[in-house]
Design a protein around this ligand. Structure first.
Ligand SMILES: Nc1ncnc2c1ncn2[C@@H]1O[C@H](COP(=O)(O)OP(=O)(O)OP(=O)(O)O)[C@@H](O)[C@H]1O
Ligand SMILES: O=C(O)[C@@H](O)C(=O)CO
Length: 422
C-alpha cells in the first residue's frame, strides 16, 4: 500500500469526520483505531486516518503516540501527514496541539507547519487568526463551557503560542486570497523569523483549496477537516490521486438491535437528546450516583434490556454547564470525565453482548472509551448522516456505528443516524 495522505486524529469522532471529508473528496479512505497491528488487513486506499485518543492526555504521551502513528504512516509511503485537531481547537494551555505539531514537524525536518481549524461547512472560520463558531468568536460560543477544555480565547495565534516551543505567526486572508505561492512565501518568511507554526485564515472552501496546495509542498500540517478537504483537492489536482466514487458496497444490511449513547454535554447534543425523547425511550444517567460508586451503568443496562426488543433506546449522561460544573467541583474534572466514560463503555459492552449491532455514540472522548472497550480495529466509511458525521462499518465484524462529534448534527440526529444504518 502506498499512501498519498497519512492522518493522525486526536480523537475518534474527529477521525471519522476527516475520513468522511476525504471520502467525499474522492480519496479511498479507511479509519483505524490506534496504530494498526502489522497483520491487520486493510483495503487498498489513498488515505489512512489513524484515530488516537490523545486530545486530553498529557502532552508527552500525546507526542509519543502521534510519533508512533507518523512512523507507521510514513513507512507506508504517506507523502504528507495531517495532524487532525478539532475545528474548535479544543485544547488547554497545557494541551497537545502545539507539542505534537512541533514534534512531527521536527521529525519531518520542516522549519514551519501550516495550522488551521477552519471548516466552513460546519461554520468554523478563521479571520486574522480569530476562530469564529457560526456568527460568534470562539470564546463567546458554547465552547467556553466545554467540560474538559473550556475555550476562553478566540485568538489562535495566542492560544497555540502558549502551547508551543517555537513562535507562532499568522497567514492572513489577504495573503490567502493571493494564492498558494503567496502562502508558501509567507511560510518561508515566518520560518526565517524563527516561527515554527502559522495560523492560516480561511473563510470559504476556496481558501482551503489554496491552503491545501501550499501545505502539500511540505511534509506536515495541522488542522481540521477543512484542511483535509484542501489537501484532498490538491492531491487530485496534482494527479497524485485518481478520484474514486464513495464506497457504496459496505456489505449489506445488518438489522437487529439498535442503541444510542451520549456523553457529550455540547449544546447541540443536549438539543438532540431532548428531540430524541419523541422518537425512543431515553434514560438519563445520574453522574452523582455513578461517582458515588453505585452501579448506575448496570441499572441503565437493565433499563435498556427491558425496552430494546421494541426498538432503539438512548442513554445519556449529558448535562448543562451548571450541572457539569457542580459534578466537577465535587469529584474533579478528570475523575468525573473518566468515570462517566468508563460507565458508557461498560454499557456499550453490555449492549453488544445482548445483540446490539447498530450503535450511535455522541462525544469524542465518549466514543473513544466505547470503541476501545469494544476492541474495534478499523472502519470503512459509509454515507454521511450530517456534515462531519458518516456511518461507519467495522472491518472485522457486522456492525454499524456512528461517532458524532459533540457539536455536529441536526436536531433529529439520533433518528437520522439509525435510518442510515439498516
Ligand atoms: N453530567 C456530566 N458531568 C460531568 N462530566 C460529564 C457529564 N457527562 C459527560 N461528562 C464528560 O464530559 C466529557 C465530554 O467529552 P466528549 O468528548 O465525549 O464530548 P464533546 O467534547 O462534546 O465531543 P467532541 O470532543 O466530539 O466535540 C467526557 O469526559 C464525559 O465523560
Ligand atoms: O473538527 C471537529 O469539530 C470534529 O471533527 C472534532 O474533532 C470534534 O471532536
Amino acid at each position: 500500500m502506498t499512501l498519498a495522505l497519512g492522518c493522525i486524529a486526536d480523537d475518534y469522532t474527529g477521525a471519522s469526520d476527516l475520513a468522511n471529508t476525504l471520502t467525499k473528496a474522492g480519496l479511498r479512505t479507511v479509519q483505524t483505531i490506534g496504530v494498526p497491528a502489522d497483520d491487520l488487513a486493510l483495503p487498498e486506499v489513498d488515505a489512512v486516518v489513524v484515530s488516537l485518543k490523545s486530545r486530553s492526555i498529557p502532552a508527552e504521551e500525546a507526542v509519543a503516540r502521534s510519533r508512533e502513528a507518523a512512523a507507521w504512516l510514513t513507512a507506508r509511503g504517506a507523502g504528507h501527514l495531517l495532524f487532525k485537531v478539532c475545528s474548535t481547537f479544543d485544547s488547554t494551555d497545557a494541551g497537545n496541539i502545539g507539542p505534537v505539531t512541533d514534534a512531527l514537524r521536527e521529525d519531518a525536518g520542516e522549519a514551519i507547519a501550516l495550522v488551521t481549524p477552519a471548516f466552513p461547512e460546519t461554520a468554523r472560520t478563521v479571520y486574522l487568526g480569530h476562530l469564529f463558531v457560526g456568527a460568534v468568536p470562539l470564546a463567546e460560543s458554547p465552547l467556553k463551557d466545554h467540560p474538559l477544555n473550556p475555550m476562553r480565547d478566540s485568538n489562535l495565534v495566542r492560544v497555540l503560542a502558549r502551547q508551543s516551543r517555537a513562535g507562532v505567526g499568522l497567514i492572513d486572508l489577504a495573503t490567502v486570497a493571493k494564492g498558494g505561492d503567496a502562502v508558501s512565501a509567507r511560510l518561508d518568511a515566518l520560518a526565517r523569523d524563527g516561527k515554527g507554526a502559522a495560523i492560516a485564515d480561511a473563510v470559504l472552501d476556496r481558501d482551503l483549496a489554496v491552503l491545501g496546495a501550499a501545505a502539500l509542498t511540505r511534509k506536515i500540517s495541522t488542522g481540521a477537516s477543512g484542511l483535509g478537504l484542501g489537501l484532498a483537492r490538491a492531491l487530485v489536482a496534482a494527479g497524485r490521486v485518481a478520484p474514486a466514487a464513495a464506497d457504496t458496497d459496505l456489505g449489506g444490511p445488518i438489522g437487529g438491535r439498535a442503541a444510542c449513547l451520549a456523553g457529550s454535554c455540547s449544546q447541540a447534543t443536549l438539543g438532540q437528546i431532548a428531540r430524541a425523547e419523541a422518537a425512543m425511550p431515553v434514560r438519563r444517567l445520574d453522574p452523582a450516583r455513578l461517582l458515588a460508586g453505585e452501579d448506575e451503568a448496570g441499572a441503565a443496562l437493565a433499563w435498556a434490556m427491558e425496552r430494546i426488543g421494541d426498538g432503539p433506546v438512548l442513554m445519556a449522561s449529558s448535562a448543562g454547564p451548571e450541572d457539569v460544573a457542580a459534578v466537577q467541583a465535587r469529584y474533579g474534572r478528570d475523575a468525573a470525565g473518566h468515570a462517566i466514560e468508563a460507565a458508557m463503555a461498560r454499557i456499550a459492552e453490555g449492549l453488544v453482548t445482548h445483540g446490539v449491532r447498530r450503535l450511535v455514540v455522541a462525544g469524542g472522548e465518549t466514543s473513544g472509551a466505547v470503541v476501545d472497550r469494544l476492541g474495534l480495529p478499523a472502519f470503512r466509511v459509509g454515507p454521511e448522516i450530517a456534515a462531519g458525521v458518516p456511518v461507519l462499518r467495522t472491518t472485522d465484524r457486522d456492525m454499524w456505528l456512528a461517532l458524532k462529534s459533540g457539536n455536529f448534527g441536526g436536531p433529529d440526529f439520533f433518528a437520522d443516524a439509525l435510518t442510515l444504518m439498516p
